[in-house]
Design a binder for this molecule. Structure first.
Ligand code: ATP
Ligand code: LTN
Length: 331
């Protein structure tokens, strides 16, 4: 049976990109595989976070996992900092990694640049982020990791670090594979469709948040940047805005780009945009409803307590093997 591990950072309000690129794809695995879905709050602190917000967003993200369809009876849902082995194995992974390979990570380079501009410094945690991610995955001997395509480099380094450790100290870790939705499901900014839709974009028109109301979603899609060509056609280079809306359509409706092109032949962008907005609203409305029920309920804490205990059981087995392999033990 496959073992699945994935995580999302509670570093802001989740976007449609996080949903279509990651969260939505977590759901089907819970029926066929052993699943661990983590709220990776220790990754979130690689950039400065106001403490009250981090606390709030951690619980809210857990509620969103469940509202989107994760079932705590089928999947283990937990908060990273509540299973200490993540940080412990993370340190061992940091000690197995090289500064050069970390400095080559594109996410590091772009986040370091942003941090330097905004804060005037580069947090060291940004550089050591990939070994912590490797530890997350390897602790559970995960075979498959559902993530968006932007995580490809981090998945490669995870496999490299696992292989390096196994070669040096003996076979401890399973080498995990990345799993991404077909077509990539990379959702781009609605205002600058050549860069990805991101939680941390300052332009609110660029991003659809999972918790946006129907009204706001419709307005944002209406305002989305398109072009003057006037036909619904998938061409990322010349029509990046329209292609992005087509990807969103396809990810929700399940239709191919060809089918979508046919549906809107001879029509302008108005009808197409309205349909995309309707699809998004229809997909998000029940999620929003369940989310509101869950956030205030004590059930959420029970689920997360149980999740942390279950995750800990599994994680400590691998951690024990790893410290013995490395000689990091006394008795
Ligand atoms: P930030 O914008 O703060 O860097 P993020 O939005 O990239 O964060 P993460 O928590 O780093 O969010 O990512 C969670 C998951 O969502 C990952 O699997 C990532 O690949 C996926 N993801 C994020 N943005 C998109 C997007 N625009 N399209 C598709 N998948 C995405
Ligand atoms: N780096 C990931 C978040 C993350 C993750 C993980 C994803 C941290 N640890 C383990 C999958 C498995 C991101 O999406 N930015």
């Amino acid at each position: 049976m496959e073992i699945i591990f994935s995580g999302i950072q509670p570093s802001g309000s989740l976007t449609l990109g996080n949903y279509l690129g990651a969260l939505k794809n977590f759901i089907p695995f819970q029926d066929t595989a052993e699943c661990y879905y983590c709220i990776v709050n220790q990754h979130a602190i690689t950039m400065p976070q106001p403490s009250n917000l981090l606390h709030e967003r951690t619980r809210n993200l857990a509620a969103l996992y469940i509202a989107a369809g994760l079932d705590p009876k089928k999947a283990t849902i937990f908060v990273q900092s509540e299973v200490p082995e993540h940080a412990l194995l993370g340190w061992m992974m940091i000690c197995s990694a090289y500064v050069g390979e970390m400095e080559r990570m594109t996410q590091y380079k772009s986040k370091a640049q942003k941090a330097e501009k905004k804060e005037g410094f580069i947090p060291l945690g940004l550089l050591t982020y990939p070994p912590l991610m490797a530890a997350d995955i390897l602790l559970y001997q995960a075979t498959l990791v559902p993530v968006g395509e932007d995580q490809t480099q981090h998945m490669e380094i995870t496999r490299d670090l696992a292989e390096r450790f196994n070669r040096k100290y003996g076979e401890v870790f399973t080498l995990p594979k990345m799993w991404s939705p077909e077509g990539g499901a990379r959702v781009m900014s609605l205002q600058e469709p050549t860069s990805k839709m991101s939680k941390s974009d300052d332009n609110e028109w660029a991003t659809i948040h999972m918790l946006d109301t129907a009204d706001v979603i419709v307005k944002k899609i209406k305002r989305a940047v398109t072009d003057s060509l006037g036909h619904v056609h998938y061409d990322k280079e010349n029509q990046p805005g329209v292609s992005n809306l087509m990807s969103i359509h396809a990810a929700i409706s399940g239709k191919t780009f060809e089918e979508i092109e046919k549906m809107y032949e001879g029509q302008g962008y108005g009808v197409f945009k309205k349909d995309v907005a309707d699809l998004v609203v229809e997909e998000m409305t029940p999620v929003l409803q369940r989310y509101e029920e869950l956030t205030g309920s004590p059930e959420l804490d029970e689920i997360l307590d149980e999740g942390a205990a279950k995750a800990h059981e599994k994680a400590k087995v691998t951690y024990d093997k790893a410290i013995h392999a490395m000689g990091l033990y006394r008795k």
